[in-house]
Design a protein around this ligand. Structure first.
Ligand SMILES: C[S@@+](CC[C@H](N)C(=O)[O-])C[C@H]1O[C@@H](n2cnc3c(N)ncnc32)[C@H](O)[C@@H]1O
Length: 211
C-alpha cells in the first residue's frame, strides 16, 4: 500500500465532509431507504453509507480492496447493529455466487475501479433477476467546456484522488453492461472541485442477459 493510499484513507472523511453535508448525505439516505434482503456494497471505503441502511436487511456484505479503508470500515461497524461483514476484494473479481443479491450499492466507486466493464459484469452476474444496482457516481460532464477540463486534469486527478477518474461515461457503461435505468437524477457535487461535480444518482435493473 502506497503512502498516499494511507494518507488518502486517513483524510477521506475530512475532505469529503463538505460535499457530504451539502449533497451526498441526502442521496445516500433516499437511495438506501428501500434496500432489503441480501445486499452487496462495493468499495465501501470508510463506511459513509452505514448510517443509512435500514432494518429490512438480512445480510450486508461490504467489499473493500484497500487495507487502510477496510480497517476504518471495520472499526465503524461496531457503531451499527447491522448483519455485516467486510470482504477484501476488488469489484472486478467478487467471490460470491451468481444471482445471490437483491441489491448492489455503488457510491463513488465506478470512478475508481480499474476496469468498470468487468466490475459491472460482476454486478450483473451477482444480482438476482429482479435485483437492482443503486448508484451515486460522479461522471464526465455533458458540457463540452467542463468535459475538456476533465480530460486536461484527468492525470492529476488520478494521482490526487488515488485512482479516481473524473471523465468516465459511467451511465453509458452501466447501460452497456446489460442494465436498464428506471430511475435517474442528475445533480452537482457542490463543495467539491468542478471536475468531479457532475453527479448521477439512480437505480439500474438487469435486462434479461448480459451482453
Ligand atoms: C471515493 S472512495 C468511495 C468510498 C465510499 N463508497 C463512499 O461512498 O464514500 C472509492 C472507494 O473505492 C475503492 N476501490 C478502489 N479500487 C476498487 C476496486 N477495484 N474495486 C472496488 N473498490 C475499489 C477505494 O478503496 C475506495 O474505498
Amino acid at each position: 500500500m502506497s503512502l498516499w493510499g494511507r494518507i488518502f484513507a486517513a483524510g477521506y472523511d475530512t475532505f469529503m465532509a463538505r460535499p457530504e453535508k451539502a449533497v451526498l448525505r441526502r442521496h445516500r439516505q433516499a437511495l438506501l431507504a428501500r434496500v432489503r434482503g441480501r445486499v452487496l456494497e462495493i468499495g465501501g471505503g470508510t463506511g459513509a453509507n452505514l448510517p443509512f441502511y435500514g432494518s429490512g436487511i438480512e445480510e450486508l456484505v461490504i467489499t473493500e480492496p484497500e487495507e487502510p479503508m477496510a480497517r476504518r470500515l471495520e472499526r465503524k461497524l461496531g457503531d451499527y447493529s447491522l448483519p455485516t461483514r467486510v470482504v477484501r476484494a476488488p469489484a472486478e473479481e467478487l467471490p460470491f455466487e451468481d444471482e445471490s443479491f437483491d441489491f448492489v450499492v455503488s457510491t463513488l466507486v465506478l470512478c475508481t475501479v480499474d476496469d468498470p466493464a468487468r466490475a459491472l459484469a460482476e454486478i450483473h452476474r451477482l444480482l438476482k433477476p429482479d435485483g437492482q444496482l443503486l448508484f451515486v457516481e460522479h461522471v464526465r460532464s455533458d458540457e463540452p467546456r467542463l468535459a475538456r477540463w476533465q480530460d486536461r486534469l484527468h492525470g492529476l486527478q488520478v494521482r490526487v484522488g488515488h485512482g479516481c477518474h473524473c471523465n468516465r461515461k459511467t451511465l453509458e457503461s452501466i447501460k452497456a453492461a446489460g442494465f436498464s435505468i428506471p430511475q435517474l437524477d442528475h445533480d452537482k457535487l457542490r463543495k467539491a472541485p468542478p471536475i468531479v461535480r457532475p453527479l448521477i444518482v439512480g437505480a439500474a435493473e438487469r435486462v434479461s442477459a448480459a451482453p
